[in-house]
Design a protein around this ligand. Structure first.
Ligand code: CMC
Length: 379
């Protein structure tokens, strides 16, 4: 039998100038810049979004113009708001984002065009931010609220969701989360979106495809699932017994652990952990942080020798919780998507504009050989 590449492991589907990963050493570069250097330099999310969309770091003037383009996207039309609010408040937040993005796929006349694609992408970052605010507010039982321009996307977003002026520390943490999740080469979501746009479907449809893949618990859904597992444990004193009963026994996978590419500690997980500490979690977030730390030690002892370590989703939920986002309705994965939409679009642009070909793999047939077809009354 011909061999297949299960899970497309180690298959290169495109070249990229965007992101590269050294999975053995645990290093992540965004266009040559180390993720730690970007965070330590206190870069704004918009600077890094610009880097991905336009291929270089912006000047002050370019950054100001880019922010204005993002802000043009904030004012999403009523039909996209309704595509969210028409659904029950018990809905999954990522599915709500999918609905709103599908409403744009239905109505916006997007066609691939090198002259306009990048400005379009900037606007979509703004649209996605308002969509995410409306989706989160909806599942929290609040009226829709769009973003209003301020000096940063992180600030406008927190203000829209929570109806209050966020502190500088909160804005910084939200900004860093936007950067940390921004891109990661070609995981399942980016690949799913690439398949969609390889057929020359519009950019919004590509985003819907990517969101659908992100939602799964083995990918972005792990952001919520990891925090849910801390909640299920409930108390730091129960970590050992929970681990023995559920993980050591092989009953469950440890969520927020393991990665197809990293065989060591994910550098983003280290930064998320530091962010969680800096936010000085209180109440439920404090308890979950204590549980996570204990679980991390047990997980590394158990799985470290197999190259399975905390990934980016292990501590991100605690950061989101400390910022005030409740652990419900897949909100944490929707926040991941708000960040990743930039990486998706940057990959789509690279692929469609410079290396386009319909993605159409093959399957090795292992079914029956030719046989007569029996009508239903003869079976
Ligand atoms: N807990 C327990 N065992 C694990 C885990 C885990 N988290 N991850 C991998 N393994 C084991 C797995 O059971 C298998 O063991 P064996 O060879 O004995 O059958 C082996 O490792 C290989 O697993 P795999 O699923 O074939 O490997 P993969 O390269 O496809 O794994 C993964 C990647 C992310 C699907 C997996 O590590 C996983 O399920 N992790 C938990 C979910 C998670 O945290 N996902 C987030 C991924 S990173 C960020 C993101 O995309 O959002």
């Amino acid at each position: 039998m011909e061999s297949i590449s299960k899970g497309l492991e180690n298959v290169n589907i495109k070249w990229t100038r965007l992101t590269t990963i050294d999975g053995q050493k645990g290093i992540l570069w965004y266009m040559g810049y180390r993720i730690e250097d970007i965070i330590n330099a206190k870069a704004s999310a918009e600077e890094i979004q610009y880097l991905f969309i336009y291929g270089q770091l912006p000047t002050k003037q370019q950054l100001d113009d880019f922010k204005k383009k993002i802000q043009e996207g904030y004012n999403i039309p009523d039909y996209s708001v309704k595509s969210i609010t028409n659904l029950p408040r018990s809905a999954d937040s990522v599915a709500l984002q999918m609905n709103a993005m599908a409403s744009f796929a239905a109505t916006e006349k997007f066609t691939w065009n090198k002259q306009t694609d990048r400005d379009y992408a900037a606007r979509i970052i703004g649209q996605m931010a308002s969509v995410t605010s409306v989706a989160i507010r909806h599942v929290l039982g609040k009226q829709p609220k769009l973003l209003e321009p301020s000096d940063s996307l992180a600030k406008s977003f927190l203000k829209a969701v929570f109806d209050r002026e966020p502190s500088e520390k909160e804005v910084e943490a939200m900004n860093d989360a936007l950067i940390l999740y921004l891109d990661h080469e070609v995981p399942a979501s980016t690949t799913a979106g690439l398949v969609v746009v390889s057929a020359l479907a519009d950019i919004y449809s590509g985003i819907v495809g990517a969101l659908a893949a992100l939602k799964g618990p083995l990918h972005g859904g792990a952001a919520e699932a990891a925090a849910m597992q801390f909640l299920e444990i409930g108390d730091p004193s129960k970590v050992e017994s929970w681990f023995a009963e559920n993980i050591k026994s092989g009953k469950k996978r440890l969520m927020g652990f393991g990665h197809r590419v990293y065989k060591t500690y994910d550098p983003r997980a280290k930064i998320f952990k530091k962010l969680a500490q800096e936010l000085n979690p209180q109440g439920q977030a404090k308890t979950l942080y204590e549980i996570a730390e204990k679980l991390e030690t047990l997980g590394i002892n158990e799985f470290g020798p197999k190259g399975i370590y905390p990934n980016t989703d292990f501590y991100s939920g605690i950061v989101y919780m400390s910022l005030g986002f409740p652990l419900q309705n897949n909100i944490y994965t929707a926040l991941f998507a708000l960040s990743r939409v930039t990486g998706w679009m940057a990959h789509f642009l690279e692929y469609v504009e410079e290396q386009h070909r319909l993605i159409r793999p093959r399957a090795v047939y292992v079914g029956p050989s030719e046989r007569p077809f029996l009508p239903i009354d003869k079976r």
